[in-house]
Design a protein around this ligand. Sequence first.
Ligand code: A2P
Ligand code: 11C
Length: 339
Amino acid sequence: KEFVVAVCGATGAVGQEMLKVLEQRDFPYSKLIPMASARSAGKKVMCKGEEHTVVEMKEDSFEGVDIALFSAGGSTSEKFAPCAAKSGCVVVDNSSAWRMNDECPLVVPEVNPHDLDWHKGIIANPNCSTIQMMVALKPIHDEARIKRVVVSTYQAVSGTGQKAIEELENQVRRLMSGQPVVADVYPHQIAFNCLPQIDVFMDNGYTKEEMKMVNETTKIMGDPTIKVTATCVRVPVFYGHSESVNIETEEKLTADDVRALLAKSPGIIIEDYPEKKAYPMPINAAGEDATYIGRIREDETIENGLNMWIVSDNIRKGAALNTIQIAETLIERDLVRVP
Ligand code: A2P
Ligand code: 11C
């Protein structure tokens, strides 16, 4: 069977990557409808060698659409996803709007595909930094029960969207030619800098991005007892989020145990050869599908502790690819319908 598929936010950083992933995986659509704001109506996008015209997303745009892949920002999803679901279209939403809603499964297909079984029309795609950490942590949790996670992230500007990619490019160019820089998307210069703020600050002193990692982890793992604390940092990298993760487990796992376990787990490539100076780096993960894991070590300061370094392309596994893998899993499980 083939499906009518809408890509909502088709002109954005993630939407453009969704079109690439649909093509690369030969996703079974009979019709593709790229949607964006009125600003982009009439623009052309390509998929599977065919040109498609972008249409303005409106409340009645979803009649006859089977699957809508949303990446057009939180407020747009809040407004349009319910309209889509009401007209019988299954929404896979990449924004943060629906993630913690009890009616919406929050899914990483390698981790909790079974949660798709109870969807009611809107399925949420987790935050990019959460997704790659889940791919790495799930096999360890199943084997040794994770008690606590301490994570620090090094996140690429593409996570913010197309305008932020351009801002880093422009700032680098201006600085290299001795001109003053303008910060518009970010509160400070991002070129040659690190910003320990991603998204807005909350009352508890953490940022919203940090709290997404905390809250989304327990929902995806289906285990409220896992404790997570996070520090999220924006770095001047275009594509690929990196994470330093410290894990405390109930049972003992050696570094060799973890390497063997993760090497046979889905979606993971181990790159851990210190003698060859080989470890995951965003420049190598960019454009790839896997989550790369290296620097696996036992934490010598506690009884059952591990350290590792996790890198993945935030636009692919962190967004477009995971969204499309969710849609593929819906098809496999015969769940492309709104109950
Ligand atoms: P547009 O290009 O017409 O503004 P990014 O995350 O890279 O900034 O991309 C955001 C995506 O979401 C773009 O495709 C953008 O379309 C789309 N978008 C933003 N606001 C709306 C809206 N109100 N209705 C439909 N699409 C929207
Ligand atoms: C970033 N993780 O890198 C964010 C982008 O909740 O979907 C994704 C924001 C979200 O800036």
